[in-house]
Each structure stands twice: as structure tokens, then as C-alpha cells.
Design a protein around this ligand. Structure first.
Ligand code: NDP
Ligand code: OXD
Length: 308
């Protein structure tokens, strides 16, 4: 019977019942524990908050299974030689779709004007239709694709952008440097759902903001480091960027004196765009362990060299 070490103590009570149910559903008998001798551990369930950061003694471990989709805090860990799987969870995806669609519609419909209107201004200007507001989706992975499809279903003309070429029905997909310029040029809303890697850090800098349409709205639920903070503030000051809704930051919690907090055209949400849900993610983990035990390839494997 494989020993599965749950290495994220703060999440144990929340995850334990779902994991037990998921292993039962998968037909897999496992020893699910919070503590074990390293040489007895077959799988590790990991979160960035986990105290376990030295994987050297876990010589028998067949895979480390992350509860997070973003793996930038573990992917460079030199002690990690075991396969690393990131989280792709239907519940996480559902949450991200709701966050992205909700914040896109807020800006698209100009809701703020009517929700906060102390002067009781009667402004009958109607918002454009979604079909008239192009969206650029930077990152067309598990989350970006689902969000792009949800926005497309509302009639937004969505253009996807990723590292490699993609074909997604109804969504023109671009890649590479030239593709990025093209995706940014026409967009009224730019969404970033990219991982933090050496290539994506500071991707949205002064030059990229200048390539965008004046008055563009930025939604960033990806990672804070994708945006050059100073360049974003300058673009907001000049009016090049009309509003930025940011869920992720270089330092979290966002320091109280960071200019984003006070800026009237920045909305800060505290890394709540989407959370891994125990009820759905437990099955993803159980299924990957079943695969490992059956000698089948793991799913959602991280490519260490790529960094995601
Ligand atoms: P995926 O790995 O499925 O997708 C990543 C996408 O980014 C892929 O389309 C990939 O391209 C693209 N990409 C990576 N590097 C580059 C590059 N250099 N240039 C262009 N495109 C690039 O990840 P997910 O969709 O599951 O998650 C995306 C990110 O969302 C996570 O890494 C995490 O940072 C963030 N996240 C935030 C949450 C929140 O609550 N705010 C919750 C969960 C995740 P390709 O397809 O060609 O490989
Ligand atoms: C994740 C996140 O990567 O919550 O899962 O940001």
C-alpha cells in the first residue's frame, strides 16, 4: 500500500475527508499520513506553505503533487529530483472563469459609474456590445483557454496568445513576439494568465503598454511579476491604461504602502481569483497516484526547464 504524505499541515482538516473519499472512488488503498519516515514515502502532496522544502531524503518518492497551479516557488528547488505535477482542478478553473468574466464585465459595462454615483448623475450613455470590445488572453493553458471560451460565449472577440501555436475553436491564437504585438494592438481588455518564469517576468513593460490601445483595461490574475509595476503606474497616469484589476503581486500580502492600494484606477483583490477546491482536486490527486501505481504516465507534469 503506497504511503501518501500530506505535507501542507494547515490544509489537512480541509482536505483529509475529500482525499479519503477520492481514494475510495479510485479504488486505491493508500496510507494517507501527515508524518512518515522519508524513506517510506511514495507520494508527497505539497503546497508552497509546506514546511517540507528539502526533498533529498525522499528517495523512494515517485511524485510530488502540488495543490497549486503555479509552481514558481518549487520548480527551481535543487533538492527536488522527483517528477512534479501541478494542479489542474475543475473547481479552480471554474473560479477563475467567474473572476475573469466578472471583472471583464464590470469594466465592459462601466458598472462603477452607476454603483458609486454620489452626485446622482443621469448619464444615459449605453455601453458598447461585447462583440465590439476585443480581448487579448495572454496564456492559453488550462485557465486561459477556459476563460477565453467563456468570454467568447458572451460574444467578446477573444485573441489568445501562448508560447507555442494553438488551435482553439472560435478563438484565433497567436504566439511569439510578433503574435504578442498583434494580440495587444487591438484589445480593449488584456487578461494575463501566464505562469511566472524567466521569460514572462516583466513581460508587460513600458514598451508593451505603449503597443496597447489607449484606454485599455488590464486584468492580472496570473502572477504579479508579469507586470512591471512602475511601468503600469506610469501608463495609468498617462491614461494609456484606463484601469488595472490585479489579484497577484510581487510581494503578497501587498505592502500597505504600495501605490496600487491608493490608486483610484487600480483594483486590488487579495489573490482570491481562484482556489483549488478539495472536493474536485482530491480526485485529480488520487487519479494521478493511481496512474503512478499502474505504471501509467502522470498527468499535469511540470517541465522543469520551461518552468511551468
Ligand atoms: P498552464 O501551464 O496550463 O498554461 C500556461 C500558459 O502560459 C500556456 O498557454 C503557455 O503556453 C503560456 N506561456 C508560458 N510561458 C509563456 C511565454 N514565455 N510566452 C507565451 N506564453 C507562455 O497554466 P494554468 O492555465 O493552469 O495557470 C496559469 C497561471 O495562473 C499559473 O501559473 C498561476 O501563476 C496563475 N494562477 C493564479 C491563481 C489565482 O488565484 N490568482 C490561481 C491559479 C493559477 P503553451 O501553451 O505554449 O505552453
Ligand atoms: C495557484 C494559485 O497557483 O492559487 O494555484 O495562485
Amino acid at each position: 500500500m503506497p504511503t501518501v504524505l500530506f505535507a501542507a499541515p494547515a490544509l489537512w482538516d480541509e482536505y483529509r475527508p475529500s482525499l479519503i473519499a477520492a481514494f475510495a472512488r479510485t479504488g486505491l488503498a493508500v496510507d494517507l499520513v501527515q508524518e512518515a519516515a522519508p524513506e517510506a514515502v511514495d507520494y508527497i502532496i505539497y503546497a508552497p506553505s509546506a514546511p517540507l522544502q528539502d526533498f533529498t531524503p525522499y528517495r523512494r518518492c515517485k511524485a510530488v503533487l502540488s495543490l497549486w497551479a503555479g509552481v514558481e516557488r518549487i520548480v527551481g528547488n535543487a533538492t527536488l529530483t522527483q517528477p512534479l505535477c501541478r494542479m489542474v482542478d475543475p473547481g479552480l478553473t471554474e473560479g477563475m472563469v467567474e473572476w475573469v468574466v466578472g471583472h471583464a464585465l464590470r469594466h465592459h459595462l462601466g458598472m462603477d459609474r452607476h454603483i458609486v454615483n454620489p452626485e446622482r448623475v443621469w448619464d444615459p450613455t449605453c455601453p458598447p456590445l461585447a462583440r465590439e470590445r476585443p480581448v487579448a488572453m495572454l496564456g492559453m493553458g488550462a485557465l486561459g483557454t477556459a476563460c477565453a471560451q467563456a468570454l467568447r460565449a458572451l460574444n467578446f472577440p477573444v485573441t489568445g496568445w501562448s508560447r507555442t501555436a494553438k488551435a482553439v475553436e472560435g478563438i484565433p491564437c497567436l504566439h511569439g513576439e510578433a503574435g504578442l504585438a498583434e494580440a495587444l494592438a487591438g484589445a480593449g481588455i488584456v487578461v494575463t494568465l501566464l505562469p511566472k518564469t524567466a521569460e514572462t517576468e516583466n513581460l508587460l513593460d513600458a514598451a508593451r503598454f505603449a503597443q496597447m490601445k489607449r484606454g485599455v483595461v488590464i486584468l492580472n490574475p496570473g502572477r504579479g511579476a508579469i507586470i512591471d509595476d512602475a511601468a503600469l503606474l506610469a501608463a495609468l497616469e498617462s491614461g494609456q491604461v484606463a484601469h488595472a484589476t490585479l489579484d497577484v503581486f510581487r510581494v503578497e500580502p501587498l505592502p500597505k504602502d504600495h501605490p496600487f492600494w491608493a490608486h483610484p484606477r487600480v483594483t486590488v483583490t487579495p489573490h482570491i481569483a481562484a482556489d483549488t477546491r478539495p472536493s474536485s482536486s482530491a480526485f485529480v490527486i488520487a487519479e494521478n497516484i493511481r496512474r503512478g501505481e499502474a505504471g501509467e504516465p502522470f498527468v499535469n507534469l511540470v517541465d522543469r526547464l520551461r518552468g511551468y
